[in-house]
Design a protein around this ligand. Sequence first.
Ligand code: DON
Length: 304
Amino acid sequence: MRTVVDTILAEVFERCRDNRDGTLADYIPELAEVPPDTFSLCVATADGHVYEAGSSDVEFTIQSISKPLTYGLALADRGADAVAAKIDVEPSGEPFNEISLDPVTERPRNPMINAGAITAASLVAGEPADRFERIRRCYSAYAGRDLGIDHDVYASEARTGHRNRAIGHMLRSFGIITDDPEDAVDLYFRQCSITVTSRDLALMAATLANNGTNPLTGDCALAPEHVERVLSVMTSCGMYDAAGDWIARVGLPAKSGVGGGVMAVLPGQIGIAVHSPRLDAHGNSVRGVQACRELSKALELHFL
Ligand code: DON
């Protein structure tokens, strides 16, 4: 039966469909090859109803939407205090790939920019060879299905990711990372290359909305005591140097990725996902931002 949510989703999809603004993320060569006009919207409720519009079964790489998930895994593995000793929770107002540390604390400003995300990857427990599998299983628990990796995107980023290597070595030189920084950077490249659909992303968001438990499988992806911290940094830092405009106009904790995905969470209620690969100057999906603004307005989701 067609519901009011289906109707609103279809209307927002139609209104955003013709927006061809933005460009593909060509700094990772393989991402410049993805079909630019793929578009889908998906909403999943905290009790497991899924609403879809467009090509919601197309797989794409999760990219930076991985950051809150690995941060959550680091919190679970090391505890909140040990993680806070390495990564702050302050918005940086900087681009995602800024080579920077807070000048006073000498820590990455937050886990959503690359410096904090590479540090979070370094904090995942286990031998280097086992850590990626722990991350993949963790993300799969959020999505409720076994997720894979795009080996071509991984190889492309591993070949060209000199800026992230520079960040890794900066972290090592300041003692934030204490092991080989190449391991942490490689793990970060791999986690970014995990593939999802917008349906997966909506269920991941719904899992966060449902206090860390996937509403369809009942599996716990993140203990409730860590969900609050993850959603807090998504709120203040998830959209990078566009986080202020996002929270004013959409009003939801969110995370974007240069694969064109956006995931947003209304705690206790719903998860939203959009996939559209053309990006704005901040590295956020153009239609993803537009669709989330429109959905937030139409469904009255702004949490303030
Ligand atoms: O660090 C990178 O370059 C990527 N693998 C991920 C960046 C990203 O998705 C930024 N977000 N919009």
